[in-house]
Design a protein around this ligand. Structure first.
Ligand code: BDR
Ligand code: CA
Length: 315
């Protein structure tokens, strides 16, 4: 049986790659996309989500979510993802509209309609999920797994020296989710910064002329320029597809049980995610954390799935 998933996302270049990976993976049934502000505004994100689905002629419910974090002011990332959220790529305008339900209500509806069956993959700021938990706390016992791309434990932050983007955007939402009792698998920068897609990898996809390879090449060209200019990285870090891949290939990473918290005290370490590696707080672990990864195995899997999509959608 396929694993049913909902993706909560701020698309976003690597979010777009994660959505493509979900649609390319026969192990998964994508039940819907809920969109949150983050890499771009929520309206741009909804347009991008619908545009990616249009490229593949796929109909999946898209729910518009929060247009700002719970407490913090809106923060978007045009320097990382471009002015529209998808770098140099141009997506077709979709003939479909987002559903009327808001993201938090959509998550609640889907989860309660199939208790114990729907896995959440959260690859943006956690505002929508935090709102869903506050609206309907009983969802916590009905969700079997939440995979979250977020945080930086031993790795430096990518937004402040101490904080990762998704958590920094809405640290209060992350705090609610981390302490909710949900069964969380956290995929922090510690592992995602080893998952680097290179230009050589993209060239391999371009051997298969397709709107999919074109989209990936145009989006990642911008993303690679950002990584080169800001972080001296040759290639681009594809955080969100790694998190998504764990929904069907958990063996790509090594997991450890840890107590992880997020700083919401408001100083220079706002949004810092810290793990109690030495059990100093005596708090019980509240999540599973990806601490090691086989990066080339993951990139190879990603490329094979994208090649499959390119063959299914030739130019
Ligand atoms: C996360 O922030 C965004 O830039 C990416 O889409 C990813 O979800 C990495 O910190
Ligand atoms: Ca994202």
């Amino acid at each position: 049986m396929k694993k049913q998933i909902l993706i909560d996302t701020d698309p976003g270049i690597d979010d777009t790659l994660a959505i493509l990976l979900a649609l390319a993976s026969p192990e998964l049934e994508l039940k819907g996309l809920s969109v949150v502000c983050g890499n771009c505004t929520v309206d741009q994100g909804v347009g991008n989500a619908l545009g990616v689905l249009e490229v593949l002629h796929r109909q999946v419910q898209v729910a518009r979510g929060a247009d700002r974090p719970l407490v913090q002011p809106l923060l978007i990332a045009p320097e990382t993802h471009g002015g529209t959220g998808i770098g140099y790529a141009r997506l077709p305008v979709s003939t479909f509209a987002p559903i009327a339900k808001r993201a938090a209500e959509f998550i609640i509806e889907q989860v309660l309609a199939a208790p114990g069956q729907i896995c959440l993959v959260c690859i943006g700021p956690l505002t929508n999920l935090a709102m869903a938990i506050r609206l309907e706390p009983s969802i916590v016992n009905a969700i079997p797994e939440v995979i979250i791309m977020g945080g930086a434990l031993r790795h430096p932050g990518n937004t402040t020296p101490q904080a990762e983007f998704n958590v920094y955007c809405d640290p209060h939402a992350a705090h609610i989710v981390f302490h909710s009792g949900l069964p969380i698998t956290l995929v922090p920068l510690d592992v995602t910064y080893q998952a680097i897609l290179t230009q050589q990898d993209v060239d391999r996809l371009l051997c298969l002329p397709s709107p999919v390879s074109r989209l990936i090449a145009d989006a990642t060209r911008f993303y690679m320029e950002f990584h080169d200019q800001y972080q001296g990285i040759n290639g681009c870090v594809i955080n969100d597809p790694l998190a998504l891949a764990l929904a069907f290939a958990p063996g790509l990473v090594d997991l450890g049980s840890l107590y992880v918290d997020v700083d919401i005290s408001g100083g220079v370490s706002l949004g810092n995610t810290y793990a109690d590696f030495f059990h100093l707080t005596e708090n019980e672990p509240n999540m599973s954390v990806a601490l090691g990864v086989r990066p080339r195995e993951f990139i190879e899997l990603f490329l094979e799935r994208m090649e499959g999509l390119c063959r299914s959608y030739p130019m």
